[in-house]
Design a protein around this ligand. Structure first.
Ligand SMILES: Cc1ncc(COP(=O)(O)O)c(C=O)c1O
Length: 387
């Protein structure tokens, strides 16, 4: 028989975190404290779930329009203007099946085969593979602990060539928790404009910002008409399983992405869209309570890591801490594997997120305080055992 698998599918590397989660599955679940998975440990606010249930009870179970429910697009439009000063009109928004789909259609709408796409590194595991699947060439843009994992103008300049077309950023960042404020974004905006780049800004953690408020890249002077903004409900509203996100872009790009969305997805899940309307209207307090709790956990956890000798910058957003484990003499893969088998704590090797993640581990602190304290104790015992 022929090999039916396409060249692209055969060549795409498997997700770097997959191997690790396969190992976690072989462990005794009651004993393992997992800081590995990047999702909220809270339930979706009940009024949000109830809105979806009510929509189903009323029989609203058909496809929606491709773009999404008009009421949701209008609610998003108002919300984005109020929250981030990014006044996208409803016809510059597409409701997607998570940011995951939004990212996929964004990349496919703008990348031509051979285009160089500059990607923050370390980064969410799907970015580079998505670029490859679109025929583009991912170029890693190192973000360093010494710069609090921000994109610096010098690092960006170094990666630009005549073939560069797009820059992908994600702040607050997975896996580092790094944030870019207004001045940081302004510092790279001129470079983006001067080199006529398009920016894809994944802001899925925007509401999980602990110092000051989130600055959306599209709100920076000169970036609006060259930015695709991605955001969603998974992280801020504890809705990972609802699969709901949105893409915002100037009309021409949005229309191109909408064509792809039409063919690959038709429309995002209908019940989830009703839930999202409720989330935007009536879940601000629930969201703020979750964010306040993440902030407390972050402070507790990061102090704990530094106290046991794993240097860790204070992440200003998302729910990840990204300590350096270089001082232990182990590689990040060895560290994560031995920590799991010897102390039953699951973390992800930093190298799974790109070359700049080497020598770090990603830890997700979206777990309760008792478990976090115990995790720090166990990591401390492990680190001590290495000296
Ligand atoms: C940076 C980043 N973008 C996108 C996603 C996927 O988001 P969604 O659940 O909306 O597909 C994640 C999930 O971990 C993420 O960390």
């Amino acid at each position: 028989m022929r090999n039916f698998v396409s060249k692209i599918a055969a060549e795409i590397p498997p997700s770097g975190i997959r191997k690790f989660f396969d190992l976690v599955l072989t462990m005794d679940n009651d004993k393992v404290i997992s800081l590995g998975v990047g999702e909220p440990d809270f339930d979706t606010p009940w009024n949000v779930s109830k809105a979806a249930i009510t929509s189903i009870e009323k029989g609203m179970t058909m496809y929606t329009s491709n773009r999404g429910l008009p009421d949701l697009c209008s609610a998003l439009s108002k919300d984005l203007e109020k929250r981030y000063n990014t006044p996208y009109s409803p016809n510059e928004i597409i409701v997607t099946t998570g940011v995951s789909e939004g990212f996929d259609i964004a990349v496919r709408a703008v990348v031509n085969p051979g285009d160089e796409v500059i990607v923050v590194d370390p980064c969410f595991v799907s970015y580079k593979s998505e670029v490859l699947m679109a025929g583009g060439k991912p170029v890693s843009l190192p973000c360093d602990a010494k710069d609090q994992f921000k994109v610096t103008p010098d690092a960006l300049m170094e990666k630009i060539t005549p073939n560069s077309k797009t820059l992908i950023i994600n702040f607050p960042n997975n896996p580092t928790g790094g944030v870019m404020g207004r001045d940081d974004l302004k510092a790279i905006a001129d470079i983006i404009i001067d080199h006529d780049l398009l920016l894809i800004s994944d802001e899925v953690y925007s509401e999980l910002t602990y110092e000051g408020s989130h600055v959306s890249a599209a709100s920076i002077d000169g970036l609006w008409d060259r930015t695709i903004t991605l955001n969603g409900f998974s992280k801020a509203y504890a809705m990972t399983g609802w699969r709901l996100g949105y893409l915002c872009a100037p009309k021409e790009i949005c229309d191109a992405a909408l064509k792809i969305h039409q063919y690959v997805m038709m429309s995002a899940p209908t019940a989830s869209q009703f839930a999202a309307i409720e989330a935007l209207k009536n879940a601000e307090d629930s969201k703020n309570e979750m964010v306040a709790e993440y902030r407390i956990r972050r402070n507790l956890f990061v102090k704990g890591l530094n106290d046991i000798g794993l240097p860790c910058h204070l992440p200003k957003g998302a729910f990840y801490a990204f300590p350096s484990i270089e001082g232990t003499g182990l590689s990040d893969e060895e560290f994560a594997e031995r920590l799991l088998t010897e102390q039953q704590v699951a973390v992800v090797p930093g190298s799974a997120f790109g070359e700049s993640g080497v020598g770090h581990i990603r830890t997700c602190y979206a777990v309760d305080r008792t478990k976090l304290t115990e995790a720090v104790r166990r990591i401390g015992v492990f680190v001590e055992s290495l000296s």
